[in-house]
Design a protein around this ligand. Sequence first.
Ligand code: MN
Length: 323
Amino acid sequence: MSNLEDRPEEVTAGPAVTPGVEIMTPRDVPLGGPRAMRVRRTLPQRQRSLVGAWCFVDHYGPDDVGDTGGMRVAPHPHTGLQTVSWLFTGEVEHRDSAGHHAMVRPGEVNLMTAGRGISHSEVSTSSTTTLHGAQLWVALPDSHRDTAPRFDHHAPAPVTGEGWEARVFLGSLLGDTSPVPTATPLVGAELRLAPGTTLPLSVDPAHEHGVLVDAGVVGVAGTDAKPADLAYVPPGRSTVTLTSYDEPVRLLVLGGPPFGEPIVMWWNFVGRSHEEIVGFRAEWQQQITDAGLVDGRFGVPVGERLPPIPAPPLPNARLKERR
Ligand code: MN
């Protein structure tokens, strides 16, 4: 990468702000339940619904499970998306209706493809005392959203350099490539920086990126982002320089080309129209009977013991397209 390409980002005097980098701050959302674990949601937002195909970013913890009761998300449906689970601390038990029973562990990605429909549950294990991680969704393009459900797991070997360590769980970054297939080009990686590190990250200029900061303040192409912020970097850069200051940094880099298809998102569904979402909701509600969850579009999670979560009522207004 030539210095010329990097030059616009190399303004380091003072709290420089590079035009184009946009700091998105989280909102606090209770996940529900008696003691309600809370998450910091940075996507979707009113002004931005997607970063590449990434359409949902929840960041949580570190939470003392003794205070929050941990994660106990009963069976619920998904369509038209993939869920990407990434933990920093703790352990979560996953069950889905495509027959997968798996553990989500720190440094290992679990990617669940809903395709035309799946249901799953997520419960933190009894040995978990601290929960800390991110729950991410990827919108499937029209060409892939009716596929059969599937599940992929990958434990990336760390890639290291001077003052940094990376785990690339989707796509390619820093010389490593994840074997997990994606329907649109995507990047997903955890990066840790030692204090005082400058890392010029070579990226695909066709991609836009979101840098989710977990710990420490980090300069993202010249704009500082603090923990829980999502720094949005528009397409057009071949280098995104990350800078740590006097504390260690941990962050996630999420990227991909602008999605380009309008989507309708409601509850746990990604569709293309109001009517489609109404139909998905009705099909899930039909699976919930006095005898428990019965088979249908979304199936029944394997070995499930928790009762399913009914869909909330639809809003009175028509659901709007996001782009
Ligand atoms: Mn889910």
